[in-house]
Design a binder for this molecule. Structure first.
Ligand code: APR
Length: 233
């Protein structure tokens, strides 16, 4: 059905979560077997509170994730999406992921709702640092401020440009495909609903059930999404 709908659609938007990058080797957050939040509380590690009051644990956690996105690579699924964009099959990708793998694989129209680990800056003077510098330096900028990845922490607002792009794309979609997200975090999880409300077909490809399965026109569960994309390609 998904292949047929892809051929029939005129404006296809893909929405990805951490499940898009597990086949690259990066852990997701809520998978029953490997989710990062299964054994630590995100509000204690991925929040402005942690950044200001628990900088060692915060920096240790994000150093490991920055090293991860430098160590692992996009997988076949990322390249298939980039190829579909080149062919005009997919118009854009809205991602919650911060690994930059969609762009590395060649996707051009990407809305990074939660920022990126590929950039780092000082919390006080905003000076930008490379990921190599972040891994090697201590926790602090030369100005004395705390260094942090350019991602959206719990308690922070989403970047306006990415949010606006995601909203416009969701409103234009006539086929909206979710790949590898539990759809449990707002406001990101509202975009599939916005598309659906505007008349789009909604397909959710996710190994486990999501918060919005009952809105889907098609559910593809218990499958590796890389295989699902490869079968359609
Ligand atoms: N194929 C299909 N589904 C997969 C695969 C795979 N190879 N690997 C994992 N999944 C599914 C899991 O079953 C899980 O339901 O992907 C989903 C990922 O969900 P989460 O771990 O909750 O990740 P995500 O939805 O992106 O989380 C949203 O939460 O902590 C914040 O900022 C963080 O952007 C993140 C947000």
């Amino acid at each position: 059905m998904l292949k047929k709908w892809l051929n029939e659609a005129s404006y296809v938007v893909v929405f990805t979560g951490a499940g898009m990058s597990t086949e690259s080797g990066l852990p997701d957050f809520r998978s029953a077997n490997q989710g990062l939040w299964n054994n630590q509380d995100p509000s204690q590690i991925a929040s402005t509170e942690a950044l200001n009051n628990n900088v060692e644990a915060f920096t240790q956690f994000y150093r490991e994730r920055v090293i991860g996105v430098k160590t692992y690579q996009p997988h076949k699924g990322h390249y298939i999406l980039a190829d579909w964009e080149k062919q005009g099959i997919v118009q854009s990708v809205i991602t919650q992921n911060v690994d930059g793998f969609h762009q590395q694989a060649g996707s051009k129209r990407v809305a990074e709702l939660h920022g990126t680990l590929q950039k780092l800056h000082c919390q006080s003077c905003q000076r930008e640092y490379s990921s190599e510098e972040y891994v090697q330096r201590g926790y602090y900028c030369e100005c004395g401020g705390i260094l942090r990845p350019s991602i959206v922490l719990f308690g922070e607002t989403l970047p306006v440009d990415a949010f606006q792009m995601a909203l416009l794309e969701s409103e234009k979609a006539d086929l909206f495909i979710v790949l590898g997200s539990s759809l449990s975090v707002t406001p990101a999880n509202q975009f599939p609903l916005i598309a659906k409300e505007r008349g789009a077909r909604l397909v959710i490809v996710n190994r486990e059930p999501t918060a919005f399965d009952n809105y889907a026109d098609q559910l593809i569960q218990n499958r590796q999404l890389g295989d699902v994309l490869a079968e359609i390609e």
